[in-house]
Design a binder for this molecule. Structure first.
Ligand code: GTQ
Length: 348
């Protein structure tokens, strides 16, 4: 063989083949892709319409029980990531259905999960021995490695969106899961205990956090909504975010979970946000009003209540409150970007 230091003097194809047999590869063939000039998500901006999806979720209720399924969920699969159970390059989201009398059995896993409630009354989640009742618009947390089961004491279907950091935990190969010995946990504390202890602007003196997740595990919509409306009577809407509040871990002021950040915004009727992009990818759920989402390279789409929109990282978008005051929930992987010094935003 020729001496490799004599540049361009050897047959490159044969050389690469020889490298390949040794589990070696030339960086210069892939460098620009490995270290891109800017982020290139596989995910595309995409909307799921509630009126289209809901009947199929109810059909899943006829196809399988919550107990057999363990979690009866239709995964929201981004068209750019089919077959991977991902709504964006870093996030998982699904729509979960529970019917009266059913139990989604207790388990725990290292993935962090949030529930954003969309429909129904009487559903509940139990986390670490405490139940919380679900109402539309509530944000409920199941911190990593905590036992949780879901149930339903009321009538009619209960539906919520699950948001998890499954792709992130999968990439890090840090996924663990256990099934609980009992289908449902027994309550060890009364409902409302965590709210009294951590969610009333008060903290127990000497509290030592046992987790990176907020100990407030239900952030009720009634309070979030009231806060936004009160602010909207006084404050100017931010040009990029409108009236926007993030959910906070009262123990440390951080986002509610180490990997997932959540916020709720109000856009007054007719308000248009200025064009924005950031490195984190996000999932939006419209709560009230109607909004027109315009994402880079796409025609505007109309979002109606309970519609869901996936926004890949570093994609430009703007949002217009096209009918009524618009209330919009979102979650994203921003806390991870911030902790790693990778968060960037670009405000036009
Ligand atoms: O409710 O625990 O959508 O473990 C995916 C995985 C929901 C849950 C999902 C889960 C759950």
């Amino acid at each position: 063989m020729n001496e490799p230091h004599l540049k361009n003097s050897i047959d490159r194809a044969a050389f690469y083949k020889e490298l390949d047999t040794l589990n070696l590869a030339p960086l210069w063939e892939v460098l620009k892709g490995l270290v891109p000039t800017d982020p290139r998500p596989f995910a595309v901006p995409f909307q799921w319409s509630w009126t289209t999806v809901r009947p199929h979720l109810l059909a899943a209720g006829a196809a399988i029980s919550a107990e057999e399924a363990e979690r009866r969920v239709l995964v929201l699969e981004n068209p750019g990531l089919r077959g991977k159970s991902q709504i964006t390059d870093t996030l998982y989201a699904g729509l979960q259905l529970i019917l009266p009398g059913e139990i989604a059995p207790a388990h725990r896993h290292t993935q962090s999960a949030l529930r954003f409630v969309l429909e129904g009354e009487g559903g509940f989640t139990a986390v670490s021995g405490e139940r919380t009742t679900m109402h539309r618009g509530d944000l409920i947390l199941t911190p990593y490695w905590t036992w949780h089961d879901h149930g339903h004491d009321g009538v009619g279907p209960v539906i919520w969106m699950d948001g998890l950091d499954v792709p992130l935990v999968g990439f890090l190969k840090t996924g663990f899961r256990e099934e609980h010995a009992d289908t449902a946990q027994t309550s060890s504390r009364p409902e409302g205990y965590s709210e009294a202890r951590f969610g009333s602007g008060l903290l127990p003196v000497g509290h030592v956090p046992g987790s990176l997740t907020s100990p407030v595990f239900n952030y009720p919509y009634s309070r979030t909504r009231e806060a936004l409306h009160k602010l909207s009577q006084n404050d100017e809407a931010d040009p990029h975010f409108g009236i926007c509040l993030r959910y906070v871990n009262p123990v440390n002021g951080d986002w509610v979970m180490p990997t997932l950040g959540t916020s709720m915004r109000l856009l007054p009727e007719g308000f248009s946000t200025r064009s924005y992009r950031s490195t984190d990818s996000a999932v939006f759920v419209l709560m009230e009003g109607e909004a027109e989402f315009t994402a880079e390279g796409q025609l505007p789409v109309t979002m109606r209540p309970n519609d869901i929109f996936a926004m890949p990282g570093w994609s430009r978008y703007s949002i217009r409150a096209s009918k009524g005051d618009c209330v919009l929930f979102s979650f994203s992987d921003r806390p991870v970007h911030e902790k790693l010094g990778l968060f960037r935003e670009d405000k036009a």
